[in-house]
Design a protein around this ligand. Structure first.
Ligand code: GRF
Length: 219
């Protein structure tokens, strides 16, 4: 069996859901700091009508982050909120909350947002998802892929979870496992983890959409 096949079998649940009918698509705000491959996975899933959702705004904190070019290709509005311009995390989060309100967002997705968020944002927007490149609760915080290699684990992966004030600690929604190969570098391992991230971030949003459709109640 190839590694691709064995990796796929380690991932749960499979990405099988068809498009779900919702009276109104989920209005998503994405927070991202860098490349934005997870942002693009979500945007693609929406374009292909797999996700009943709309990305209302991309908020980014690093001028020059390439996620902006991805957003422009999908004609998604972008807003730079540079954390260096704010006196505190709370002040930044207040500004983020104001933008999210302005765009009518009801689900926030941290897709490579390299900032700790505070109760200021979570009180205003309790529904915040994060994608993290490890099998939580292992390897919380920064450099999770490097942490996994240093620990010598044979399996790592990625996690989509609800965000709470404690970093990388909220309820886990979906995980995918990825084998660590003997000659893996942080770059090679992260690349394989990201393939799974793109699946499970979309699957998590689809799951939330399904729950919304079943309950027909707002988030
Ligand atoms: C991902 O590996 C995610 O798990 C972590 O930051 C990375 C973002 O990648 N939080 P990208 O910008 O979506 O390509």
């Amino acid at each position: 069996m190839s590694f691709a096949a064995s990796e796929a079998s380690l991932c749960s649940p499979p990405l099988l859901n068809p498009a779900i009918a919702l009276p109104k698509p989920i209005q998503i705000g994405v927070l991202a700091s860098g490349s934005g491959s997870n942002f693009e996975a979500i945007a693609q899933a929406i374009l292909q009508q797999y996700l009943p959702a709309q990305i209302k705004v991309l908020i980014y904190n690093n001028p020059g982050a390439s996620v902006v070019q991805r957003a422009e290709r999908y004609s998604i509005p972008t807003q730079l909120l540079n954390h260096r311009d704010y006196p505190s995390r709370e002040a930044l989060d207040q500004a983020i909350g104001e933008v999210l309100h302005r765009y009518g967002v009801d689900l926030v997705v941290m897709a490579g947002w390299m900032r700790v968020i505070t109760p200021v944002l979570l009180n205003a927007f309790p529904k915040v998802l994060n994608i993290h490149p490890s099998l939580l609760p292992s390897f919380r915080g920064i450099r999770a892929v490097e942490q996994a290699i240093a620990a010598g684990v044979k399996i790592t992966g990625c996690t989509v979870h609800w965000v709470v004030p404690e970093v990388d600690s909220g309820e886990i929604l979906i995980q995918a496992a990825v084998p660590v190969l003997p000659d893996d570098t942080p770059t090679s391992l992260h690349a394989r983890i990201q393939v799974q991230e793109h699946r499970i971030i979309v699957a998590a949003i689809a799951q939330i959409a399904k729950q919304m459709a079943e309950s027909l109640t707002p988030l």
